[in-house]
Design a protein around this ligand. Structure first.
Ligand code: S3P
Length: 447
């Protein structure tokens, strides 16, 4: 008889939560969302919209309150309920006012890039700053097309001062690489611009923006032409979105740390509840099933217009994988933990076409290789990926240096922690603050 463990407090999906805060701030009326856990990145977005004059109230559990206060969030009350409740009251874009200080995006690329889209449609100047990692990440991918629409930026690296324009002009952009952040920034600005903003991408990146905006009353035109994915929006400078009352689905990228552990560990299956399985995010699950993973989908349902299921995962013997650019694009955030999984699969697993990973919260190709090498796993590093020879662990301390240096990158820290747990049974995390970026309570959930 297999022992079944249950994980019910998965963090709310980080991407959806950022959008819920931003889009409800552009709505007319009172919006509410409920979520089990909020990470530091989401608190950055909430703090910034409070600074921009939006009335945001949070009813939080004790654990979340501590984090929220540390992130300088205002209007916090206590709730005894399991879920945290965030209420946003706005009169739409005109409710945004010039901030009296810089807007600190912390570690969050999604906050900064989508925010540039919002601020482009305002008539004031604001300055975005970020932490050490975010200050090194590229922004030209959004500043360039937004400049064409009429917004003015001081540069392409944070700190960036942006001067919006109330007379934005629509634009067309053919993205060479799929990016939900770029697509979203342009759709946000495009909603308020004169004319039709049309964006194309070679692979459909996560579509939470499209789903949420459509649910809030925005007419989006979605087309697939010659294998390319197009989305267009007709601008309206007086646009007001409809408010919402939603539940945030659990974050599949956070769930993957437990899914991978359950597949590798030998004795027990786990049930991860309330996982968002939107097809633009669940490619990693399809891959695992193709490789032989025993994953059962239970209780399939729709939450806030997003498909959600409980996943029952049993230990499974898997085949190695070989991922190309298109596959990588659809599971970009899961590559570090999939690489940890590859270390436990007999044979050689490879992913290529992933140069984008070098400009995430850390250089995720090099950092992932370091995690694997620190356990003696044989890894070859390419400019755009890794090749990993599974089951080549070494106990030879001259090869396997099990000391892992903190990177400040939440996904790398959690991947390293899973690796160490699966090899040594130890529950250790080097950089708790980094993990709190997306998954406060990661260790508690393990326990
Ligand atoms: C995100 C999009 C992805 C992803 C990031 C979150 C989003 O980035 O890696 O963690 O919420 O839009 P890109 O759009 O740069 O691929």
């Amino acid at each position: 008889m297999k022992l079944k463990k249950q994980l019910s407090n998965l963090p709310g999906d980080k991407s959806i939560t950022h959008r819920a805060v931003m889009f409800s701030s552009l709505a007319e009326g009172t919006s509410t969302f409920r979520t089990s856990v909020l990470g530091r990145d989401n608190f950055s977005t909430i703090r910034i919209f409070q600074q921009l004059g939006i009335d945001i109230h949070l009813a939080l559990t004790s654990e979340m309150s501590i984090l929220a206060k540390d992130e300088q969030i205002k209007n916090i009350s206590h709730t005894e309920e399991e879920k945290n409740v965030v209420t946003i009251i706005s009169k739409g874009l005109p409710s945004l006012v010039a901030p009296s200080s810089v807007l600190d995006c912390g570690n969050s690329g999604t906050t900064a890039r989508l925010l540039l889209g919002v601020l482009s449609a305002t008539n004031f100047e604001s300055t975005l700053v970020g932490d050490h990692s975010l200050s090194k990440r590229p922004f030209q991918r959004v500043t360039e097309p937004l400049s064409k629409m009429g917004s003015i930026f001081s540069g392409d690296l944070l700190p960036i001062t942006v001067k919006g324009s109330v007379k934005l002009m629509a634009t067309e952009l053919e993205m060479k690489k799929a990016s939900a952040q770029v697509k979203s920034a342009l759709l946000i600005a495009g909603m308020f611009a004169e004319g039709l903003t049309k964006i194309s991408e070679p692979v459909l990146s996560r579509d939470h923006t499209e789903r949420m905006l459509s649910a809030m009353g925005v007419d989006l035109i979605k087309e697939v032409i010659n294998g390319k994915y197009y989305v267009s929006v007709k601008g309206d400078s007086k646009r007001l979105l409809n408010p919402f009352n939603i539940e945030i689905p659990g974050d599949i990228s956070a769930a993957m740390f437990y899914i991978v552990s359950a597949l590798v560990s030998e004795h027990q299956g786990i049930l991860v509840q309330g996982v968002g399985i939107n097809t633009t995010r669940s490619r990693c699950l399809d891959l695992l099933i193709e490789l032989g993973a025993n994953i059962e989908f239970q209780n399939n349902r729709l939450v806030a217009g997003e498909p959600v299921a409980d996943l029952f995962i049993m230990p499974s013997k898997l085949k190695p994988f070989n991922l190309d650019q298109e596959q990588v694009a659809q599971m970009i955030d899961e590559i570090p933990i999939l690489s940890v999984l590859a270390a436990f699969i007999d044979g050689e697993s490879v992913f290529r076409g992933a140069e984008e990973l070098r400009v995430k919260e850390s250089d995720r190709i090099t950092c992932t290789a370091k995690i694997l090498k620190s356990f003696g796993v044989q890894v070859a590093e390419f400019e755009d990926g890794l090749s990993i020879k599974g089951m080549t662990f070494s106990n030879d301390q001259s090869v396997a240096d099990t000391e892992w240096q903190g990177t400040g990158d939440h996904r790398i820290e959690m991947s390293a922690s899973v690796m160490r747990f699966l090899k040594t049974g130890e529950l250790l995390i080097d950089d708790l603050k980094a993990v709190e970026t997306s998954f406060p309570g990661f260790i508690n959930a393990w326990e």
